[in-house]
Every structure is written in C-alpha cells, then in structure tokens.
Design a protein around this ligand. Structure first.
Ligand code: EPS
Length: 386
C-alpha cells in the first residue's frame, strides 16, 4: 500500500524550514512557478504584520527532483528564513558567547505554557519558535507538490474566506464552479464577494487599531475527484476523519465543517441528504451537495467542501494577563510583533493539507511507481465504475 508522508522541520526565526515529502511517484512534472506562487499566496492577506515584509518565501528542492521531474525518492524542499539574519545570536543552532535574555511571559491561547512544562524548558522561546505558524510555509511547499500530483489526475484544490471576525460573506448560489475562484487572490482577504471583502478589510483595520486580533472561517474545495477515495470499512480509512484531522492540525484551527457540517445537525433528514438520480448521459448524479462530496467516509464524485474555523491569534498588542514563570508574579503576556488576522493565509494552508490527504488517498488506492502507472490505474477504475 503506497503511503504519502509529509514531515516539516524548522523554527520561526531559525535558519530555515524544511519539508520532506515521501511517496510521490516518479515522473511527475513540477512547475517551479506554480510552487512559488503558492508560497507567495500564503504570505498575502490583509491583516499580516511586519514579518511578511522581510520574508519572500520560495521552496527550493534539494532532493528527489531532477530536471523538473520527481525521481520517486523522498523530495526535500528548503525555505529560507530571511529574518534569521536578525536573530543569528538568539536562534543559533550552536552556543553563542552573548548572554541572552529568556522569555518568561507565556501568552494565553498559545503553546507557550503547556509546552514549557512538558519539555522542561525555562525559556518560552524554546516552545514558541516551533509552535509559530511560520511552520505552515513548509506545509504549503509540500502541499504544492501534492497539488501537482492531483492536477496530473484532473483534480484542482482551491479555497476562499467565508468569515472574518463578525463579518460573514453572503451564501453563494450552489454549485459554485471552479471558475468562480479564478480571481479570489485579487481580494485582499481572499473572499469571493466584493462587498464582504471591503467590510472584512474595514473590520480588520478597526480591530487592529483597538489592539485586537481576529479569527474567521475559510473553506477549501476540491474539484474533479473520483468516486471512492477513502473507505467505510475501517475508521482509520474514513476520509472525513483524515480531512478533519489534517485541517485541525493547522495552528489556531478549532473546528472543521465537512459539507454543511454543523448546519446539518439542525435540519430534518429529508433536507439534509442529496437524492440520487440517474440518466443515460450523466450516469448517477445529485442535484444538491449538502454532504460536501463525502458519504460513508468516501468521496462520492461531487465537489469536496471542507470549512475550518480559526480562533483569533493569541499574540496581542495589548496583552492579556499572565504570570511570569520565573517570579510567579502576575504579569502581562509576551508582546511580540504579530499579524492581526491570518485567515486568508490559512486558506492557502488548508489547500495544502487537503491536497496532502487527497494525494495520499490516490496513492493508497491506485499505487504505481511512475505517474503513468497511476494514470493507467485511475483510467481502468473509472471504466469499471462507469
Ligand atoms: C507568528 C508571529 C509572526 C508571524 C508568523 C507567525 O512572526 P514574527 O514573530 O516573526 O513577527 O509573522 O508567521 C510567519 C512568519 C509566517 O511565515 O506565516 C506566530 O507567533 O505564530
């Protein structure tokens, strides 16, 4: 059984980030610009802070790729932290001569306090550097390769922002076509509705002035999926669980909605499910997609829809109450340079995580050492289930 594995390494202000992706087939053509476009998309969005003016992320392969094609061996991707130049003493992998001040002010809502206790550190920085969402740059690098693999199989993964803080975009007429996403990155908050985009930008500006941070909801969609990825036969193979786990692993994500998700809980059964139709021309088809393309832990051939709710970022410019871990006296939490809203960027990270889970599902189901093996197995399966 083929399995795709993605491992990331790296601290926010260390020398750089690495992503290792193991299990892609050989012969997959990669587009350097498409990979780096995703790296740049993750840096965008109204509400980003000063750090993004320093970084200009690119993902450079250092293993597993030759002349633009995968070799079937593990692919390693390297992302440089430009900001390391300003942190060379504080984040040097090796001992430094300078006496450095430790961070003793854990932020409520961050990994700081639990991480400090668990790993036996005295310096909060030993936790926060890895807990930082900077790590998602490495995921997006790996996700871009997963997307290249999916694209070779006719699948496109996109995302948009549905809500920022108290501002929610209107419901769109469904089904939303893939083409609707063509210009989503030209909105400063990656929202499909121009009016809601403006309101979201104003909301972020007002809340930032009030020293607040904002969360929100993004949604990922995958078009062109074959029926039968994942399986009902065991809990571990249910795609719903894999997708929810992958999305919930993104920093600050606290909830995942598959299809109409939480809304379905309040609907009677007759309005919650997607009735089945058949015609000579279309084969089996649905006229609704409440399920978001997932039934019984499997894809059902409809568009996959997965939403995720992000809590407001826990680094606040007007800090919350905390305790100094050295003196145990009441104190204000660490105040660091921060973003005020990263929901637009989180959508791009969501694409990467969904692409990873789907690419893994295709690898499990269709195997193959070369991309043409995968295409051949997929075509044979499509012919069988027609
Ligand atoms: C982050 C704090 C900020 C963000 C960072 C995540 O970084 P800094 O502490 O350097 O200002 O910019 O996100 C990124 C660097 C990134 O690439 O997304 C945090 O505390 O999680």
């Amino acid at each position: 059984m083929a399995l795709l594995r993605m491992i990331t390494a790296g601290e926010s202000h260390g020398p750089g980030l690495t992503c290792v992706l193991e299990g892609l087939p050989a012969g997959l053509e990669l587009d350097r610009e498409a990979i780096n476009r995703d790296m740049a998309r993750r840096q965008l969005g109204h509400g980003r802070g000063g750090r993004m003016k320093i970084e200009q992320d690119t993902a450079e392969p250092t293993a597993g790729v030759r002349h633009g094609r995968t070799l079937g061996s593990p692919v390693a991707l390297s992302v440089v932290n430009r900001d390391y130049a300003n942190w060379e003493e504080r984040m040097n992998p090796w001992p430094v001569a300078a006496a450095l001040e430790e961070v003793h002010l854990p932020r409520p809502g961050h990994a700081d306090l639990a991480g400090l206790k668990k790993y036996g550190f005295s310096d909060v920085r030993d936790v926060l550097e890895r807990a930082s969402a900077r790590e998602t740059a490495a995921r997006v690098a790996g996700g871009a390769l997963c997307k290249a693999f999916l694209r070779a199989l006719g699948v496109e993964v996109v995302s948009h922002v549905r809500q920022i803080g108290a501002v929610t975009a209107p419901d769109y007429p469904e089904p939303l076509a893939l083409e609707a996403f063509a210009e989503v990155d030209s909105s400063p908050v990656r929202c499909l509705d121009a009016g809601a985009s403006r309101a979201m930008v104003e909301h972020i500006d007002a809340q930032r002035k009030a020293n607040e941070s904002l969360g929100g909801v993004f949604e990922v969609r995958a078009y062109g999926l074959v029926t039968g990825l994942g399986s009902h036969v065991s809990w571990e193979e249910r795609l719903d669980g894999r997708l929810a786990g992958a999305l919930c692993s993104i920093q600050a994500v606290k909830g995942v909605n598959l299809g109409e998700g939480f809304e379905l809980a309040g609907k009677p059964g007759s309005q919650a499910h997607d009735e089945i139709f058949h015609s000579e021309q279309r084969g089996f088809y649905r006229e609704t997609n409440h399920a978001g393309g997932l039934e019984g832990g499997m894809t059902n051939g409809e568009t996959l829809i997965a939403g995720a709710a992000m809590k407001p970022l826990p680094t606040l410019t007007k800090p919350l109450r905390s305790v100094d871990i050295a003196t145990l006296e009441p104190a204000q939490a660490l105040r660091e340079r921060t973003d005020s809203c990263t929901v637009p960027a989180a959508g791009v990270v969501g694409e990467a995580m969904v692409a990873f889970v789907l690419a893994d599902a295709y690898r499990r189901k269709f195997g193959g050492d070369h991309i043409e093996d995968v295409r051949g197995a997929l075509a044979a399966y499509r012919a069988r289930i027609r």
